[in-house]
Design a protein around this ligand. Structure first.
Ligand code: PLP
Length: 452
């Protein structure tokens, strides 16, 4: 590092436009400048070390500084640092990576299409869906249903799909073809006294009514994260998918699973679709495919769509879509090393063991805490919603920014969490051990105590 540590924060504020950051927060408190990482921990430029309870941004699934992935990246960079996949070009490593990914799909898939981020992959999915319906001669079947609180990306269409109004304001997104339905958020959205099953039924009725109103012949697809991440860490209520999937099938609406966070083991199964017994038509993956070591994303395309693409190839001609870095060879090498490590280290089995342990420990320590409204999630995804009044679920006043206070108190004690409003979330590296889970819960409790 060549920058002057004392000047780093000022230089950051003068040079870097941060994603998802309020300038007021940055100018007042920030930035927190990281310099290195090893295993479950990152260290800032001042030498403070933190347990990374968020695996970076839900992506450093195998931890920091893994030599096998570093070596794979270095070797590929030296051998062939770039070649593309446009115009029938390919690379040996891209082919091997595509094949390895197809072999790991939760349901039979025909092809993978590569990108560099979850956002661009979901943009690709939208275009694939429209392309598919155009090839089928039903140009009116184009609308896409997503759920409030969903996070599907930050590009123009995907920010629209994302069900967070703060991401729509001030950006003039073309929301026309996008429809939102209620988030499957039992704690906040179910009517008083409703069971999870009753709530799921009500969401199914809402979906049916929307489809009837819009016309099934205008609706192309339904996007969903298996467990919602950035929108508040929301796991679906009991009976949800049993209610929703028959409706989608009946109206020939494609199911797109956004597994950008859940893919590659986070829920204790290789895919979130397997946790919930789903058979998606398209799957989006990113983040964990390279454990955050290289930007890469993957669109899985099922035979339902692929057969139409292949069957209409004379009429379709050139597939007019792609990114310079689609199937980047260094990304493909990073992904192959990551997939190998997931298998060899039996990472998914490990999550199936430690995921429930994280939830158990959090409930044991904070389950009865008067400031904790709900502890929710699945696998190594957990959210703790803080409330002013546990009995009435009354939230803290927004201006108090309790979530942010707890986040700062945790950081002061060497733990990184993320505040989604007043819901604090954890999605640690999948290789986290029980001892570190104990440490995470203990520090988190101390942070809450410091704020109460
Ligand atoms: N989909 C989900 C479920 C995500 O959580 C994210 C990012 O957090 C994305 C899509 C967008 O991915 P990216 O930030 O790589 O564009």
């Amino acid at each position: 590092m060549t920058i002057d540590i004392q000047r780093a924060a000022q230089l950051d504020r003068e040079s870097l436009f941060h994603p998802f950051t309020a300038l007021n927060d940055l100018y007042r408190d920030g930035p927190n400048v990281m310099a290195s990482g090893k295993g479950l921990h990152v260290t800032d430029i001042h030498g403070n070390t933190y347990l990374d309870g968020m695996a970076g941004l839900w992506c450093v699934n195998l931890g920091y500084g893994r030599q096998d992935i570093v070596d794979a990246i270095a070797e590929q960079s030296a051998r062939l640092s770039f070649f593309h996949t446009f115009n029938s070009m390919s690379t040996d490593v891209a082919i091997e990576c595509a094949d390895a990914l197809l072999k790991r799909a939760p349901v039979p898939m025909s092809r993978v299409f590569f990108g560099a981020s979850g956002s661009d992959a979901n943009e690709t999915q939208i275009k694939l869906i429209w392309y598919y319906n155009n090839l089928l001669g039903r140009p009116q079947k184009k609308k896409i249903i997503a759920r409030w609180n969903a996070y599907h990306g930050s590009a123009v269409m995907t920010a629209g799909l994302t069900g967070l109004p703060g991401m729509h304001a001030l950006f003039d997104l073309p929301l026309g073809p996008i429809l939102h339905v209620t988030a499957p958020h039992h704690y906040r959205k179910a009517a008083e006294g409703m069971t999870e099953r009753e709530f799921s039924r009500s969401l199914a009725v809402e979906l049916e009514e929307l489809i009837a109103r819009e016309g099934a012949d205008t609706i192309a697809a339904f996007f969903a994260e298996p467990v919602m991440g950035a929108g508040g860490l929301i796991a679906t209520p009991e009976g949800y998918w049993e209610e929703i999937t028959p409706i989608l099938k009946r109206h020939d609406i494609l199911l797109v699973m956004d597994e950008v966070v859940s893919g590659f083991g986070r829920l204790g199964t290789y895919w979130g679709a397997q946790t919930y017994g789903l058979e998606p038509d398209l799957i989006t993956a990113a983040k964990g495919v390279t454990g955050g070591y290289f930007p890469m994303s993957v669109c899985y395309i099922s035979p339902k769509l692929w057969d139409v693409f292949e069957g209409n190839r004379d009429a379709a001609g050139l597939f007019g879509h792609g990114y310079t870095y689609s199937a980047h060879p260094v990304g493909a090498a990073a992904a192959l090393a990551t997939l190998r490590a997931i298998d060899e280290d039996r990472v998914v089995d490990h999550v199936a063991q430690v995921g429930p342990y994280l939830h158990e420990r959090m409930r044991a320590v904070l389950g009865d805490d008067p400031m904790v409204g709900e502890i929710r999630g699945r696998g190594l995804m957990i959210g703790i919603e803080l409330v002013k009044d546990r009995a009435t679920k009354e939230a803290f006043p927004m201006a108090q920014r309790v979530g942010r206070q707890v986040l700062k108190a945790a950081a002061d004690r060497g733990l990184i969490t993320r505040a989604l409003g007043d819901t604090l979330v954890f999605a640690p590296p999948l290789v986290i051990d029980r001892e570190s889970i104990d440490a995470l819960v203990t520090i988190f409790k101390a942070a809450i105590d410091a704020v109460r």
